[in-house]
Write a protein that binds this ligand. Sequence first.
Ligand code: SAH
Ligand code: SF4
Length: 364
Amino acid sequence: MTDTLGPLNLYAITRDQLRAQLVQWGLNPIHAGRLWNYLYIELASSLDAMVELPPKLRARLSDEAFLGVLDTSIETDSSDGFTRKYLLRLADNERIETVLMRYTGRVTACVSSQVGCAMGCVFCATGQMGYTRHLTAGEIVAQAVHVARALKHAATMADAPTPRHATRLRNVVLMGMGEPLHNYDAVMHAIDILRDDAGLALGAERITLSTVGVVPGILRLAQERRPLNLAVSLHAATQAERAALVPVAKKWPLDELMAACRTYSEVTGRRIFYEWTLIEGKNDTPAHARAVGALLRGLNAQVNLIPLNPTAGYLGTPSQNTAARAFQHVLADEFKLASTVRQRRGIDIAAGCGQLAVVERLAP
Ligand code: SAH
Ligand code: SF4
């Protein structure tokens, strides 16, 4: 494992791979359990902290492996105290965003899958940055560990445990920077590590992947019956309107996307969450609601409405609350379609996707 990939990031391998690595090093694989515990239960922040491992294993680790902990470049809290946003530094000095959210009594980490994004959605701060590179599985896992460790530290502080300050990471959403299905293999490998029930134990219902609509990726998820929640960013119900907001709709047109979603739901029996960024006057009228209602008729669907977070590169404005409520009423009354309006919590700390990285670039 180490000879082809260089030093081994311990966050990049599953427990089975860790056992195999120990065997390859001529060590007893029984020590994998203790090491795994250091990684995902104790959330150790350095190899030096792993004092109970046998000296031979510690020597191997320090020679041939590393713990890919991500340093915090900036950390900000929203004024309502429900959201904390981290700008994390990667080994090559690139920055990514990870957000800790504490809504509805559940603790969720929103993690990134790429540095930047190649999909170019016009209203998205990450899209406006363009694509730099994929994240490795280890860099994706390290973000969840970062949040889990921050929760653990907060819980040990004297003023911490109010109900708002749950101590355990409960959910991960792949909704930070980047398009997860454009980095399929690394993302799925990271999910396998996050799910391990002797580690972070984030099972099928606890991981949600949001895609802009990468059709081959959705079909592959269905074929592989990946245990996760799927969210598809729709934003418009006609091909022309969608292509104006989401340029990759030209590559994967709306009819192909909806066919893939239908296949996914049929094969997996799972509901898909359809995301809809509400932009005043563009896609938030009752007529737009009727169009999406008709598009999703007969599908196992829920609609998540997200009022636009304004970004420097796009002139649109967020919809009024009244428009969002009217949209929901049309979906519910005329189409029996469930929907939620996601609170714009954290907007004062630029917690929209990609926005903190932009703020930092703009800072002197
Ligand atoms: N690339 C994936 C996941 C990351 S974006 C995707 O596009 O689905 C997560 C969600 O935030 C998507 O639904 C995206 O459309 C939405 N989003 C991006 N920028 C936004 C903004 N400025 N305001 C509101 N929602 C935004
Ligand atoms: Fe990429 Fe998603 Fe932003 Fe579109 S919305 S540019 S797919 S991160």
